[in-house]
Design a protein around this ligand. Sequence first.
Ligand SMILES: NC(=O)c1ccc[n+]([C@@H]2O[C@H](COP(=O)([O-])OP(=O)(O)OC[C@H]3O[C@@H](n4cnc5c(N)ncnc54)[C@H](OP(=O)(O)O)[C@@H]3O)[C@@H](O)[C@H]2O)c1
Length: 499
Amino acid sequence: MNVGNGKGSISWQELFCREQKASECEIIIFGASGDLAGRKLFPALYCLHECGLLHKNTRITGCGRHSFTLETFRDHISGTLFNAHPSTAQEQEFLQKISYTVLDYTKEEDFARLADELVTEDKKYKPFLFYLALPSPLYIPAVENLYKTGLLSEKYGKRRVIFEKPFGFDLQSAVSMNRSLKDLLTEEQIYRIDHYLGKETVQNIFLLRFANRIFEPLWNRDHIAAIQITAAETLGVEKRAGYFDQAGIVRDMFQNHLLEMLSLVTMESPEIFSADAVRDEKLKLIRAIRKIAPADAVRAQYEHYTEEEGVSPFSRTETFAALRLFIDNARWQTVPVYLRAGKCLGVKKTEIDIIFKEVDKSIFPGINKEDLQRNILHLSVQPREGIGLTLEAKMPGPKLCMGALTLSFDYASLPQSGTETLDAYARLLLDCQNGDQTLFIRSDIIEHSWQLYQGLLDHWAEDRKSIIPQYKQYSEGPQEAKDLLKRDNAVWIDSLYRK
Ligand SMILES: NC(=O)c1ccc[n+]([C@@H]2O[C@H](COP(=O)([O-])OP(=O)(O)OC[C@H]3O[C@@H](n4cnc5c(N)ncnc54)[C@H](OP(=O)(O)O)[C@@H]3O)[C@@H](O)[C@H]2O)c1
C-alpha cells in the first residue's frame, strides 16, 4: 500500500520507519544538577541532536538552586557527556544550545525571572517543555509557580510538563497531586513518565499481539497457563538509599514498570493505536485485577541491607517482592500472573514469560502429555532485547528423541537499518516534543495502579511483628518466592543465578 504525502506517494513502511523530527522547542529541565538529568536526560537530548531529531533552534535551559554560571554549567554537562571537552563540531553545537538559570522551586519571583527569559518575541510561540527532574514533593510547588507566572498559559504555544516517577507515594498522595494539577494544567499538558514504556521491546508487545495473526487466538485462559514477569537487578540501593528506604520495591517497580508491562501483555485490543484508545484499554485491565491477598505476596530484604549508608538500621523495607495476581475478566480468569522484582540478585534482567498449556493428549507411546515441553514465549526487555519461543522438537538421534528448542531473535543481531535505536528517555523526550501521549500515563491509570497495591502496602506497614525473610546478595532471592509458586505446582521459568 502507498500513502500520499503531498509530494508523491511513499510506502507505509517508509512513513512509519522514519522518526518524526521534533518541532522547535524550549526545553526547561528543573533539577538540572541532579543524577537523572546528568545520567539520562542530557545524554538522551544529545542522542536526539546526534540523530538529527532535535530541531536546530531548540534550546535547553537547566534550572536549579545550584549556583552554576553559563560556563560552569556547560562544563558540568560537557564533563558528564564528553568526559571533559567537546571534541567534535556536533558536541560543540549541542553545548551552545544549553543555558542555566538559578532558581528556587518555591520562589515565585524566581519563576517570574524565568518567564522574562522565555516569554520573548523570538521564543514565546515555540512549545515549552518543562521536565521536573525533582524529588516529587517539589512537583506541586514548582507547577504552581509556573502557573502563577503565566508559563503554563497556552496563549502563544503549547506548554507541556513531564513528571518523573514515582508520581505520588501512595493512593492518597497521587489523588491529591492529580487534584491539584487539575486546577493548573489540562490532562493534555501532563506527561507522566514511566521510562520502561520507552523501551523498544516493551513497545514491541503491541506489534507482536496486534499486528500478527498467530498469537491473538491463543492469547487467553484456554491456552495460556500462567504469565510471569521478572525485573531483577544486581545493584543494591547505591546512591538512592534515602529515597528507596522510604519507598521499597513495590512502590519503586511494581506500581509502575511491572504493572505497565502486565497491562500491555493482557489488555484487550484498542480500537485504534492512539493515546486515549490504548490508555482506555489499560485502565479497564487494571480495574479488572483482583485485590491482592497478603497470602499471595512475599517480601524480603537482602542480607546487610540495613548496614547500607542512608538506610535505617531498623528498616523493614522490602528490597524484593513476589506477587500472585488474578485478572477477573473473561479472557484471563483463573490464569495466575506472577510478578517478582528485587535488588542485589544474581542477574540483571527484565523478562516476560507467557507459559502455554500442555497439549490435550500425547500421541507418543510411553510419553505423558505432562512430559512434553510446554511452549513458552519469552519477551526479553533488558539487557538482552528480543523474543524467544520455546518448542518441543525433534532432537538429532533416535526417532522419538525430543527436547526443548528455542526460536529466538535479538534486536542486537538485526542488520543496521540506518535508523538509530533511541534509548527509552530519548524516545519519550521526542514523543513529548511531538505531543504524542501514547507512552505516558494518564491520571486515572496512576490512581488505579496505586489503588491496586494500597491494601498490601497498608497491611505491610501495620504488620510490625512478622519477620522479613532475608536473602543472600547476588542470589536467586528468597525461598519464599519459590514456595509461592509451589502451591500452584509451578516454578519460576527464569533462573536468577549468575551464569
Ligand atoms: N536518578 C534516577 O535514576 C531516577 C530514575 C527514575 C526516576 N527518578 C526520579 O527523577 C527525579 C529526579 O531524580 P534524581 O535522582 O535526579 O534526584 P536528585 O539528584 O536527588 O535531585 C535532583 C535535583 O533536585 C534538587 N533537589 C533535590 N532535593 C531538593 C530539596 N530537598 N529541595 C529543593 N531541591 C532539591 C537538586 O537540584 P538543585 O539543588 O540544583 O536545585 C537536585 O540536583 C525524582 O523524582 C526521582 O524519583 C530518578
